[in-house]
Design a protein around this ligand. Structure first.
Ligand SMILES: Nc1ncnc2c1ncn2[C@@H]1O[C@H](COP(=O)(O)OP(=O)(O)O)[C@@H](O)[C@H]1O
Ligand SMILES: [Mg+2]
Length: 278
């Protein structure tokens, strides 16, 4: 078998990835998706990636949101990037060249900057515009156990690319009023993608975020969500916790910033649940 030699900004991907290749595991590609902003998508992409890596998985995070919150959440300086997701989607840089290591062992990222906002418009002119990400990802996905795609807060062309490339959707829902608002539209879009480009797309799980056990609102949103989605809802509840909101400003996942906090423990529990779902 050929030795993998993806170069990551001059370096070579970790030896553990060679192991992966030898074991020929399938790669789970999860779109972290909800067209509502502020529900915990980026927080989940960052912290689930880190927690999965702690459990021994090799993880690639793709930041597909022009806001680049996930990129900065890993402490990456957006002004200092040679390649990013925008340039690779547009074919100006190789996808491989945009894969950067993070400070977390076994977590890699394809970063995003505001430039990506232009992609929604520029992609429209491309042939097979919904499958661009899928085609770029294909040759590199095998180096990872998990690929997490952090989606922008819309159901536009970037999100569509994520759904076409993905094997599953991870849907964070904030435990607030109107949590389920927009879900019908999201499920409609999912069906459309299943019927056209990606028949195997699954709902991997629904994640209740910013849960506050003291409020009846949180409890009733959780109940309502379980009624609607049944066992698709992860048992793990992500609590509302200030450490989770602080960590990105230090450029660290909560598993590093506050490793023993409730938030870190919750994301570790989620990682184990995700791994057990296989
Ligand atoms: N469990 C949580 N507890 C407290 N604050 C959180 C939690 N999850 C996310 N936040 C904060 O809420 C805001 C929105 O979260 P974010 O992950 O950026 O959402 P999205 O990516 O869906 O827009 C951010 O400021 C984030 O730090
Ligand atoms: Mg976000």
């Amino acid at each position: 078998m050929d030795a993998p030699n993806i170069s990551v900004s001059g370096g070579i991907l970790d030896l553990s990835l060679i192991n992966r290749l030898l074991h020929d595991n399938e790669t789970h590609i999860l779109a972290v998706i909800n067209q509502k902003g502020g529900v915990g998508k980026s927080t989940t992409a960052i912290n689930l990636a880190s927690a999965l890596a702690e459990e021994g998985a090799a993880v690639l995070v793709i930041d597909l949101d022009p806001q680049g919150n996930t990129t900065s959440g890993f402490g990456i300086d957006k002004n200092d990037l040679e390649a990013d997701i925008y340039k690779s989607l547009m074919g100006r840089k190789a996808f491989k060249a945009a894969i950067l290591p993070t400070d977390i062992p076994d977590v890699y990222i394809v970063p995003a900057t505001l430039q990506l906002a232009g992609a929604e418009i520029e992609l429209v002119r491309k042939k097979q515009r919904e499958t661009v990400l899928k085609r770029k990802l294909k040759p590199v996905a095998k180096y990872f156990d998990y690929v997490l795609i952090d989606c922008p807060p819309s159901l536009g062309l970037l999100t569509l690319n994520a759904l076409v490339a993905a094997t599953g959707e991870l849907i964070p829902l904030q435990c607030e009023y109107y949590a389920l608002e927009g879900v019908a539209k999201l499920l409609e879009t999912t069906k459309l993608v299943q019927a056209t480009n990606n028949p195997d797309l699954q709902i991997e799980g629904v994640l209740l975020t910013m849960y506050d056990a003291r409020t009846s609102l949180s409890r009733s949103v959780a109940n309502e969500t379980r009624e609607f989605f049944g066992n698709k809802v992860f048992k793990t509840l992500i609590p509302r916790q200030v450490k989770l909101a602080e960590a990105p400003s230090y450029g660290e996942p909560v598993t590093v910033y506050a490793p023993h906090s409730k938030g870190a423990r919750a994301y570790r529990k989620l990682a184990r649940e995700v791994l057990n779902r296989g």
